[in-house]
Ligand binder design. Structure first.
Ligand code: NAD
Length: 298
């Protein structure tokens, strides 16, 4: 088992670090939040007072931070203590450009890095069932894989640096747009006299079938259990979907790609957040769309 530095012990990182400790790794943990550090300690990690201490002597350094600026800052402040034998694994969802830049900066110091963003939310982080999409060289991927295997059920090598982030952003562009299309179709079907259950029974086995419909139906009481059945609490926050769609729009601009559906989805999730609903699961946007059709909300 290895010494692992883990930086960023929030909603996702807390469960991931706990799983590494459960697997017997010596997890050296750091977060700016004292509460997060206390939870990590209770889960068997060694709490430390700086990122540099977490990196010192670590075989792998895993970061699970809010955005690219945080990853850049943590790397800048702590990589002095990393050795050529250290593998850097950034699991945060960040922009493709920063992911490539931090990996190149690390390579210039002789340190290998991968971007390894995740699919799956807080429950999957706790259960150790995340999917990791990994960008980096074959050799760096091979070094990162055993650690990712200990936190997830699928680990996929997507390509070179930034490819993991690219896969994540493109996946969530489809997810955001299909969720909105699924929501608006349910609202329209009901207004046209179809019960949600009847429409589900038809569409879920017809050409409209998608993960948003059959695994995560936005209508309460229809399909398997989903955040809709918990008043849209928990799950994947609309604010995080908005973050990912904004990253996808930036990436699209950088490579001059047309993303009209993604842009519309971004605007709608922006309106959802502006209406103070960004803390709800992203399928809760069905409420805003239902109100829009009534003409009572902007
Ligand atoms: P979070 O805000 O709960 O956790 C982030 C943690 O990073 C916090 O505990 C914060 O104190 C810590 N932090 C910030 N700056 C730091 C620094 N300089 N040094 C040390 N610690 C620092 O966020 P989260 O929900 O755990 O998400 C983490 C990442 O995972 C994000 O990039 C997010 O987009 C991605 N993600 C989240 C989900 C989800 O469902 N929450 C799903 C997939 C991907």
């Amino acid at each position: 088992m290895a010494r692992v530095g883990f930086i960023g012990l929030g909603n996702m990182g807390g469960g991931m670090a706990a799983n590494l400790a459960k697997k017997g790794h010596d997890v050296r943990a750091f977060d700016l939040s004292a509460d997060a550090l206390a939870r990590a300690k209770a889960a068997g990690c060694l709490p430390l007072t700086s990122a540099a201490e977490a990196v010192d002597g670590a075989e792998a350094v895993i970061t699970m931070l809010p955005a690219g600026a945080h990853v850049e800052q943590v790397y800048r402040e702590s990589l002095g203590g990393a050795a050529p034998s250290t593998i850097l694994i950034d699991c945060s969802t960040i922009d493709v450009t920063t992911a490539r830049r931090v990996a190149q900066d690390a390579a210039a110091r002789g340190i290998a890095a991968v971007d390894a963003p995740v699919s799956g939310g807080i429950a999957a982080a706790e259960a150790g069932t995340l999917t990791f999409m990994v960008g980096g060289s074959e050799e760096a991927f091979a070094r990162a894989q055993p650690f990712l295997d200990d936190m997830g059920k699928n680990v996929i090598h997507a390509g070179g640096h930034g490819a993991g982030q690219a896969a994540k952003l493109c996946n969530n562009l489809i997810l955001g747009a299909t969720m909105i299309a699924t929501c608006e179709a349910f609202v329209l079907a009901e207004r046209l006299g179809l019960s949600p259950q009847t429409f589900y029974d038809i569409a879920s086995t017809a050409t409209a079938q998608s993960w948003s419909m059959t695994s995560y139906c936005p209508v309460p009481g229809v399909g398997p259990q989903s955040p809709a059945d918990r008043d849209y609490q928990g799950g994947f926050a609309g604010a995080l979907m908005l973050k990912d769609l904004n990253l996808a729009m930036t990436a699209a601009q950088d490579v001059d790609a047309e993303v009209p559906m993604g842009a519309r989805a971004r605007d709608l999730y922006q309106a959802f957040a502006d209406a103070g609903q960004g803390g709800l699961d992203f399928s809760g946007i069905i409420r805003m769309l239902a109100r829009k059709e009534e003409g009572t909300a902007g």
